[in-house]
Design a binder for this molecule. Structure first.
Ligand code: SF4
Ligand code: SF4
Length: 248
């Protein structure tokens, strides 16, 4: 691991026929050799840390690293193919090869080494104690309203609920009829409180003035056997008996 400059560090472990890292390096710093299944080897003296091989490797198996970047920190760069792209100065969570979170890191630079390939290379300053393990970063999720699921049973998002309120729905029942939120297996146990709060926040209606949602039996999920039993008729546990009962 170089202390003076960024160099490529390859963790390609499968002896498969692949060599774009070798052919793409403009400085001849990577050798695969005549047998295309050889594992690539980097010549650190030749490597200029340009980042091209990071973006071109289909296995995302190359990073750049400079140990001793600043006091107690290292500079690590890795390919990143997700959106949104992090910003310079942003704090991100770096992860190891298995995706386990290691620590916070500061984004130093974003690079797009290839003109026709959207892969970015993200440079982060990270504590040297974890730098050897860093392979990528935790994906940044945009808290888009559509992504926030309010009714899990029917998979209804926040945006759909807000649209229903905008269109004039002022009760849980009205929103249920328009969107199906609350009609799933849990019968609104999870979403009704959130939807009530959204109605109150968006319309100014006081919580105590909100029309309650209709409740129908059964209030909890129950088995067919329980449904088929009554006080004067024993519980039917045999499915054939139950089928005969239903057909009679
Ligand atoms: S970082 Fe650039 S110079 Fe270094 S091995 Fe990769 S392509 Fe070659
Ligand atoms: S391009 Fe990537 S996967 Fe292919 S040999 Fe080079 S390091 Fe390994």
């Amino acid at each position: 691991m170089s202390k003076d400059k960024l160099v490529a560090d390859i963790y390609c472990i499968e002896p498969i026929p692949c060599n774009p890292c070798e052919t793409s390096c403009p400085f001849g710093a990577i050798q695969v050799g005549d047998d295309i299944t050889n594992l690539p080897v980097v010549d650190e003296d030749l490597c200029r840390g340009c980042g091209i091989c990071l973006a071109i490797c289909p296995g995302l198996a190359i990073r750049l690293i400079q140990d001793g970047y600043k006091d107690g920190t290292s500079l690590v760069a890795f390919p990143y193919e997700y959106e949104p792209i992090p910003e310079k100065g942003q704090t991100v969570r770096v992860v190891d090869m298995q995706g386990n979170e290691l620590s916070d890191a500061t984004v130093i630079k974003i690079q797009k080494p290839l003109k026709d390939d959207p892969t970015r290379v993200v440079y982060v300053e990270v504590d040297s104690a974890v730098a050897a393990e860093v392979r990528s970063m935790k994906r940044i999720k945009e808290a888009a309203e559509e992504d926030i699921v309010i009714c899990r049973c029917e998979e209804i998002g926040m945006k759909e609920i807000l649209t229903a309120i905008e269109k004039g729905d002022r009760s849980l029942n009205a929103i249920k009829r328009r969107t199906r939120a609350g009609m799933g297996l849990c019968q609104g146990k999870t979403c009704s409180k959130m939807i009530s709060r959204m109605i109150c926040e968006q319309t100014g209606i006081a919580a105590q003035d909100l029309e309650p949602a209709s409740k129908r039996q059964p209030v909890n999920p129950i088995t067919l056997g329980t449904m088929a039993s009554t006080a004067d008729r024993p519980l039917i546990l045999d499915l054939d008996d139950l089928k005969r009962e239903l057909e009679s």
